[in-house]
Ligand binder design. Structure first.
Ligand SMILES: [Zn+2]
Length: 469
């Protein structure tokens, strides 16, 4: 045998032995993190405390209290650094009145409908709107009706498609009614919009969410209607197609407010300026405790840092937790973070966000090209013992979109999605719907992945292709 061949073989053997020793070591670390997490259920304790402040909508005193509380939580862990980063957020206030009803139906009389103004909507006129209702299921259908919707309320009633196993896909297929419905309806002269709540349950809770207006198109008031209300309205329209609805709500925009991203880190021992970020958003909508969206993510980030810190796991690169301000109403914290001059010396290799609820984790989604996703699949073995080992292509997270645009690899924690939209953006998103062990497993998964990635860094091909521009 040639000498070079023998030494190549020897190298390969040594390399793979070192690799498997490394894998063993990581697996042992995973077990330590898991055991500590499952025993203390710390994420749930953090979540419980956070929810005491009430809904954490951008610009509210409750949100300011959430900043204080989470800052103190990070401080109490004893991390290397904890700080606040200023962010300016818009302030939209829902107002006191929110009411709607079917009026003058021959068949059922007046029926109250549960509604919630969509985030960013203008108010109805003082006396409310009473107008005929036109039901549509798509923008195409609306376009066909054209100017015949003038002076009417357009009722968008396309349900989330139940056939999707991944409920986020069902949500994506319906969410444009909420985000753009008022724009599209106003093009044809409609004077108001009702949007079927984005949930797979039939109940009487309206689910709010963000909506937009567009320059040059009249702004008209828009609200979500509970699925029960939507079903009743739709059924009633079958009998009486000239049905009228009354609706009145009173939101308003106020001056912007100063708030903060809350940040804490375990500083890297060898490459402190190379960052592995774990993140979530601290705000919630105003009509909900926001336990899953995104109190769960916040609690997992804090607990993830605590687990690493208390197990004395100090990786070569920095593991940084960021609790972003105002995701729901403009991604203010995500943009402020990515644009901050503070970041100039830093290199954000990877950002992992938890913002799909505190349900049983199944793995992670990597928001990148095939070869990058394949690279991360080398870590499947780490999560296999816990059944959370799907590492697949998919969305990372809203708050980390601005970082992704700068080249950071965006990864999302992937929990089971079946129950998320039962509660999403509604008053049903409460602590009672969170299971402490499932929540903790998300913290464990984030902590373990962040630690190992902070040890390993990224290979040259990813570095050169994505990060060095
Ligand atoms: Zn969220």
């Amino acid at each position: 045998m040639q000498y070079w061949f023998v030494s190549l073989l020897a190298c390969l053997v040594i390399f793979s032995a070192a690799q498997s020793q490394q894998n063993e070591e990581y697996l042992e670390i995973g077990e330590k993190i898991l055991h500590k997490g499952l025993v203390e259920e710390g994420a749930y304790t953090f979540l419980e405390k956070l929810l005491e402040v009430g809904p954490r909508f951008a610009g509210t005193p409750e949100k300011a209290a959430a900043v204080e509380i989470t800052y103190q939580m990070l401080k109490d862990i004893g991390l290397d650094k904890v700080w606040l980063e200023p962010v300016t957020v818009p302030r939209w206030v829902r107002g006191d009145v929110e009411e709607a009803k079917i009026v003058g139906s021959q068949r059922i009389g007046d029926e109250i409908l549960s509604i919630a103004a969509l985030g960013g909507s203008i108010a109805t006129p003082q006396e409310g709107i009473t107008a005929p209702v036109v039901e549509v299921h798509s923008f195409e259908e609306l376009e066909e009706l054209g100017d015949s919707v003038e002076g009417k309320i357009v009722f968008f009633n396309r349900p989330m498609d139940r056939r999707h196993l991944n409920t986020f896909a069902a949500y994506s297929g319906a969410v444009n009614q909420r985000s753009r419905g008022a724009i599209e309806a106003a093009k044809y002269g409609a004077i108001g919009v009702l949007v079927r709540s984005l949930t797979l349950r039939i109940d009487d809770y309206p689910h709010t969410g963000g909506m937009r207006y567009e320059d040059g198109i009249p702004q008209i008031p828009a609200a979500s209607i509970s699925t029960k209300g939507a079903e009743l309205l739709s059924e009633s329209l079958e009998f009486e197609n000239d049905l009228h609805v009354y609706m009145r709500f009173t939101p308003e925009m106020r001056d912007s407010v100063e708030t903060y991203n809350v940040i804490g880190e375990i500083t890297g021992t060898e490459y402190p300026d190379e960052i592995i970020l774990i993140g979530a958003h601290l705000d919630s909508w105003d009509i909900t405790p926001g336990a899953h969206d995104d109190g769960a993510g916040v609690a997992q980030v804090i607990q993830g840092l605590k687990l690493l810190h208390e197990l004395d796991l100090r990786p070569k690169r920095t593991v940084r937790g960021v609790l972003f301000a105002n995701e729901e109403f403009g991604i203010s914290g995500g943009f402020a973070y990515a644009e901050s001059a503070e970041r100039d010396n830093e290199e954000h290799l990877i950002a992992i966000e938890s913002d799909r609820g505190g349900f049983l984790p199944l793995g992670f989604t990597v928001d990148n090209e095939d070869q990058v996703v394949e690279y991360f699949q080398r870590y499947t073995y780490l999560f296999e013992p816990y059944g959370m080992h799907q590492i697949i292509q998919g969305f990372g997270g809203v708050d980390i979109i601005p970082l992704r645009e700068q080249g950071t690899i965006a990864i999302g924690l992937l929990p089971d999605s079946q129950r998320y939209f039962d509660v999403h953006h509604s008053a049903k998103d409460t602590l009672e719907t969170v299971n402490p062990r499932e929540l903790e497993l998300g913290a464990v998964a984030m902590a373990l992945f962040a630690y190992v990635l902070a040890e390993d860094g990224l290979p040259r091909f990813i570095h050169e292709e994505y990060l060095s521009n």
